[in-house]
Design a protein around this ligand. Structure first.
Ligand code: KIV
Ligand code: ZN
Length: 375
């Protein structure tokens, strides 16, 4: 069997994730989340962007003093002041970025392509002189003309960059386009490649996976997919796919998947961002079953209607009572709550549950026990 390739997990929940509209964490909150991210076993934590505020800088300094196992990285624009601010925080890696698409160069930075190349060389070599490890990002890479994009990455490589990142800044790639892009860049630049996908069209996970299959060795992700606009590729989904689906024959990560649900809940609470119930892996409904047919199947063998055991993600299975429920589910849920009823009563309870649900009533466990006690 072919050797499996390790995919590095670069968690940016504390940087891109904190750029989610309306989210602003206190230094203490950042510190607590950093400890929890470290505990799940990611390779790199992007702890923040020191230049944004004094509180951000203080939080990053504190995080660097905690003895965290993961590599710590902070963001900098391609200028000396930003890089000094990162160095002073005590992290080992700087993530330097500059936009390379003509759209950004003309409308945002208002500089020429040549000027951007010169800023890349100067900033990367300066960071290396300061003893930092450098990951270089060409912001808006997926809308940058390819011959110029490879020049930008080569400028970073010549100046000493240790690895490069390909950001799909506004999430416009498709699996096919990002796959071709990664192969081309890798063919020319030959440095370890990270991929950073945004979810504007719901393709962040497919694109990240396609990039990995095309040679990227690191995925930038966030817990629950938090991040700018529609967010980033969700850590739990990428790690779940690489750990449990067909790609697990070729790849592995160091993330302890059984700890994922706990951190997902912490991030949701701290960021004030509710998780949609049908969100893959960490949604309230991901391992809940209502339909009678499904519940019956699950009772016989959970694999009938669950792709993997919920405990792989730190979850528990639950049965929800509703109009699709059957006798098996009702009997089981009552039994779990120490209520035993015979088959005649069970028929009556089932009938009443269905008629209540038809009238729009929610039958929670308390209601179900109440009904069962009537008969
Ligand atoms: O999405 C993006 O382009 C970024 C860069 C800072 C890498 O987050
Ligand atoms: Zn981003």
């Amino acid at each position: 069997m072919e050797q499996r390739r390790k995919i590095r997990i670069f968690d940016t929940t504390l940087r891109d994730g904190e750029q989610s509209p309306g989210v602003s964490l206190t230094p203490n909150a950042k510190i607590e989340i950093a400890k929890k991210i470290d505990a799940i076993g990611v390779d790199t934590i992007e702890v923040g962007f020191p230049k944004v505020s004094e509180g951000e800088t203080q939080a990053i300094k504190k995080i660097t003093s905690l003895g965290i196992k993961a590599e710590l990285c902070a963001l900098a624009r391609a200028n000396k002041e930003d890089i000094v601010a990162v160095k002073e925080c005590g992290v080992e890696t700087v993530h330097i970025f500059i936009a390379t698409s003509d759209l950004h160069l003309k409308n945002k930075l208002k500089i020429s392509r040549e000027e951007a190349l010169s800023r890349i060389s100067t900033s990367v070599s300066y960071a290396k002189k300061l003893g930092l490890s450098v990951e270089f990002s060409a912001e808006d890479a997926t809308r940058t003309e390819i011959s110029y994009l490879t020049k930008a990455y080569l400028a970073a490589k010549t100046a000493g960059a240790d690895r490069i990142n390909v950001p799909d800044t506004v999430g416009i790639s498709t699996p096919d386009s990002i796959s071709k892009l990664i192969k081309t860049i890798y063919g020319v630049v030959a440095l370890p490649i990270s991929v950073h996908c945004h979810n504007d069209f719901g393709l962040a996970i497919s694109n990240t996976l396609a990039a990995i299959e095309s040679g990227a060795s690191c995925a930038h992700v966030t817990i629950n997919g938090v991040g700018e606009r529609s967010g980033n590729a969700a850590l739990e989904e990428i790690v779940g796919i690489l750990g449990f689906l067909e790609p697990s024959n070729r790849y592995y990560t160091s993330v302890k998947t059984e700890k994922i649900y706990e951190i997902s809940e912490s991030v949701s609470q701290t960021y004030g961002m509710k998780i949609q119930p049908n969100k893959a892996i960490v949604g309230k409904n991901s391992f809940s079953h209502e339909s009678g047919i499904h519940t019956h199947g699950i009772i016989n063998n959970p694999l009938t209607y669950e792709p993997v055991h919920p405990r792989n993600f730190g979850r528990e299975r639950s049965f929800i009572i509703g109009k699709h429920s059957g006798k098996h589910a009702i009997k089981l849920v009552l039994l779990e709550n120490n209520v035993i009823i015979d088959d005649i009563k069970l028929e009556k309870v089932l009938k009443e549950v269905k008629s209540l649900c038809d009238s729009g009533t929610i039958v929670d466990i308390h209601k179900l026990i109440q009904i069962s006690l009537k008969y």
